[in-house]
Design a protein around this ligand. Structure first.
Ligand SMILES: *[C@@H]1O[C@H](CO)[C@@H](O)[C@H](O)[C@H]1NC(C)=O
Length: 280
């Protein structure tokens, strides 16, 4: 009987064998760096299972090639001391932020789309790790007042095949009720015509008498992006200003008092006022 012997020195390249007759296969771990080598060899008929080869260690198997000369064993491995074979991974992401979570996960090849996850619910996805051991899924998460990215799966980082994440808020966001109070401080006895809008709301046209005020209120948005802008007009002038920008005013005022003067709008506090240029 013809015996052939093969010794494979495994570095970071793929090993594939195609051989007839009775065959011994030795696989030596030459990864270096004290890394264990995980190999998984299979033929069409046999699965030799996962083997862990110590640094510089050797693992062997043997088989007799088929009558048909079509025996093929292929082995796959990891170069990172982690898992190695195209294996199934299940990633679960639980929404523990206390409000609805917007989630969007992607890999280099796949876009899993935008998902809306209710509080305390879990969304999951499955995939097969790549042959090259470089699978990576990253996700963006958004909830009121927060937007973050995280790596949901990095093949050479994560030894899990069921990887469960809990998304928790560092700084929980509670929608706030905001009052905006706008005073006509134009002087000269002018009426001030005001028209305020947000992305979603049109508050209509109002005429504010000299030294009078007009107010509106709302709750800050789910996504922390509430913005109201207003036009103000009086004889001979027409301007716009931002009456409320959540990212600018959050934590600054919940009753936001504006004094509209002929040259600029000013946000008035007990001890100071902060003036802004017209936006147009
Ligand atoms: C201001 O507006 C009021 C109500 O619309 C109107 O009666 C008044 O005449 C206006 N005053 C001036 C100075 O335009």
């Amino acid at each position: 009987m013809l015996v052939s012997m093969l010794v494979l020195y495994i570095g970071c390249t793929e090993a594939r064998l195609l051989h007839p007759q009775k065959v011994h296969v030795y696989i030596r771990n030459d990864l270096g760096g004290g890394l264990k080598l995980n190999v998984h060899c299979k033929s069409k008929d046999d699965d030799l299972g996962l083997k862990v080869i110590d640094p510089n260690g050797i693992w062997e198997f043997h088989f007799t090639s088929s009558f048909w000369g079509n025996t093929q064993f292929y082995c796959e491995k990891s170069c990172h001391g982690a898992l190695f074979f195209p294996f199934k991974v299940h990633v679960l992401i639980r929404n523990d932020v206390g409000s609805t979570l917007k989630l969007h996960c992607k890999s280099a090849d796949d876009d899993l789309g935008v998902k809306v996850v209710p509080p305390s619910q879990t969304w999951d996805f499955r995939f097969r790790s790549s042959f090259w051991g470089n699978t990576r899924f990253y996700c963006s998460v958004e909830w009121p007042g927060a937007a973050h990215n995280f790596d949901a799966y990095v093949e050479h980082r994560d030894a899990c095949t069921t990887c469960a994440w809990s998304i928790e808020p560092e700084n929980p966001y509670i929608p706030e009720k905001i009052n905006v109070d706008i005073f006509n401080d134009l002087g000269q006895g002018f009426n001030m015509t005001i028209h305020c809008k947000s992305k979603n709301d049109d508050l209509g046209v109002h005429v504010v008498p000299p030294n009078g005020d007009w107010q509106f209120n709302f709750k800050t948005s789910f996504w922390g992006d509430t913005q109201f802008f207003c036009s103000v007009e009086w004889p001979g002038a027409s301007h716009y200003f931002d009456a409320f920008i959540e990212k600018r005013e959050f934590g600054v005022c919940t009753t936001c008092v504006w004094s509209i003067k002929p040259d600029q709008p000013c946000l008035v506090f007990k001890d100071k006022s902060v003036c802004y240029p017209w936006t147009s």
